[in-house]
Design a protein around this ligand. Structure first.
Ligand code: AMP
Ligand code: MG
Length: 355
C-alpha cells in the first residue's frame, strides 16, 4: 500500500481533515498527532477497521482501543451509566489527556474493546486531532501509532518508520506536546481508579472529584499477584531494542553508579547509551549521552523520553543506562514508562550491584 504523507499547516487543516474523514468513512486508517502521542486511527464502530489497526500494529487483539471523539454528546451514544463523577471529569479535563472507562453501549463492537463490556473514551485537545475528528463525525479508535512493543511515536518520522506502507495516510503535525500517553481512569467501579498514570495526575483528579484509587499495577511490577485492569499494562511496552537498566538513588549516586556500569559494559565491547539529566550530563565519560531534561522539569523529561529511546534504537546501542526521576505528579507517569522500558530492571545506586 502507498501511504500518503501530508504535512498539516493552519492553511490546509480543513482540506487534510476532509481527506482523512473520507478514508475513515471508507474503512481505512489514518495516523494523526494528538497532544499525548501520535495515534493510529480507524472508525471505532467498524469491526473491520479495528481488525486492521491490530494488524498494522501487530497488537494482541485482547488489548482494547481508546475511542477519540470531538463532542461530549458522542459519549451518550458510546457508553451507558455515565455517573455524576464521569460528567465532572469530562467537564473539567476534556478536551485533554484523560481517558475515561465506562460500560459500553451495544453499538461499540467487541473488536474495538478487546472483548470487554467496557469502553475507553477520550476527547483530545490537539487542533489537528480535533479537526480530523470533527470532519469525520465518527468515534475514532486510535491506539498509539507504533508497532506493538516499540516506544510510542512523538514525531511523524517515528510513525513513518513503523507504519509506512501499512496504512492509507499519515498526517504530520510536527512534534507532540506532552509525549506520554493519556491518564486512564476506570469509572465502572465504586471508586474512580487510575489504571495508567499520565499528564493528569492523581492530585488533579482528587481535587476535581474527591477520592480516587490507583490500580496496584501502576505502582509496581506486574506479577502473579497483581493483574492490571488495563489489559495493555501487562504487555512489555514502550521498549527500546537494547536492554535498559534504570538506576535509582539520588543525583550524585545515580551518576556514580552509571559511570561504573558504563565503564564495565564498554570494557566488554558494548556500545552504551546513557539517559542523563541535564544536571549530570557532564559527568559521564563513556557512552553516548542523551540529555532528557532537567530534574526540575518533568514536562521536558516526558516530552523527550520516547524520542531518545528511538534514537538509541537507530544508533544500535547494546545497553542503555538511565537516571531516575522524582515519582510525584507527572513523574509517576515518567517512571511508570521508564520502568516498563527497562522491563522492570531497576538497580539501587549506592549498593554494590552486579549486572
Ligand atoms: P494505547 O492507545 O496504545 O495507549 O493503549 C490503550 C490502553 O488503554 C491500553 O493499555 C488498554 O489496556 C487501555 N484500555 C482501553 N480500553 C480499556 C478498557 N475498556 N478497560 C481497561 N483498559 C482499557
Ligand atoms: Mg500504545
Amino acid at each position: 500500500m502507498k501511504t500518503i504523507i501530508r504535512r498539516m499547516e493552519k492553511e490546509n487543516m480543513e482540506e487534510i481533515a476532509g481527506e482523512a474523514a473520507e478514508i475513515w468513512k471508507a474503512g481505512g486508517l489514518v495516523a494523526f498527532p494528538t497532544e499525548t502521542v501520535y495515534g493510529l486511527g480507524g472508525n471505532g464502530l467498524d469491526s473491520q477497521a479495528s481488525r486492521k489497526i491490530y494488524a498494522a500494529k501487530g497488537r494482541p487483539s485482547d488489548n482494547p482501543l481508546i475511542l477519540h471523539i470531538a463532542d461530549t454528546a458522542q459519549v451518550e451514544m458510546l457508553a451507558q451509566g455515565i455517573s455524576a463523577t464521569g460528567k465532572q471529569l469530562m467537564e473539567k479535563f476534556w478536551p485533554g489527556p484523560l481517558t475515561l472507562i465506562f460500560p459500553k453501549a451495544p453499538c461499540v463492537p467487541y473488536e474495538t474493546t478487546g472483548g470487554l463490556d467496557t469502553v475507553a473514551i477520550r476527547m483530545p485537545s490537539h487542533p489537528a486531532a480535533r479537526a480530523l475528528l470533527q470532519a469525520s463525525g465518527l468515534p475514532i479508535a486510535a491506539p498509539s501509532a507504533n508497532v506493538s512493543g516499540r516506544p510510542s511515536p512523538t514525531l511523524a518520522s517515528h510513525v513513518i518508520e513503523d507504519m509506512d506502507g501499512k496504512i492509507e495516510m499519515i498526517v504530520d503535525g510536527g512534534a507532540v506536546g506532552i509525549g506520554v500517553e493519556s491518564t486512564i481512569v476506570d469509572l465502572t467501579g465504586t471508586v474512580p481508579t487510575i489504571l495508567r498514570p499520565g499528564y493528569i495526575t492523581e492530585e488533579m483528579l482528587r481535587e476535581a472529584v474527591g477520592y480516587v484509587d490507583v490500580d496496584p499495577a501502576v505502582l509496581g511490577p506486574v506479577g502473579e499477584h497483581v493483574k492490571p485492569k488495563a489489559p495493555g499494562m501487562k504487555y512489555r511496552h514502550y521498549a527500546p531494542k537494547a536492554p535498559m537498566v534504570l538506576v535509582e538513588g539520588g543525583r550524585e549516586e545515580e551518576a556514580a553508579c552509571i559511570i561504573q556500569l558504563a565503564a564495565q559494559a564498554k570494557a566488554q565491547g558494548k556500545k552504551v547509551g546513557i539517559i542523563a539529566s541535564q544536571e549530570n550530563q557532564n559527568k559521564y565519560v563513556d557512552g553516548i549521552v542523551k540529555v532528557i531534561g532537567s530534574r526540575k522539569d518533568p514536562e521536558a523529561v516526558a516530552h523527550n523520553l520516547y524520542r531518545i529511546l528511538r534514537e538509541f534504537d537507530e544508533e544500535q546501542v547494546d545497553q542503555i543506562y538511565a537516571e531516575s526521576f522524582d515519582e510525584h505528579d507527572l513523574g509517576r507517569a515518567i517512571m511508570n514508562r521508564m520502568k516498563k522500558a527497562a522491563g522492570q530492571q531497576v538497580v539501587a545506586a549506592g549498593r554494590k550491584n552486579k549486572i
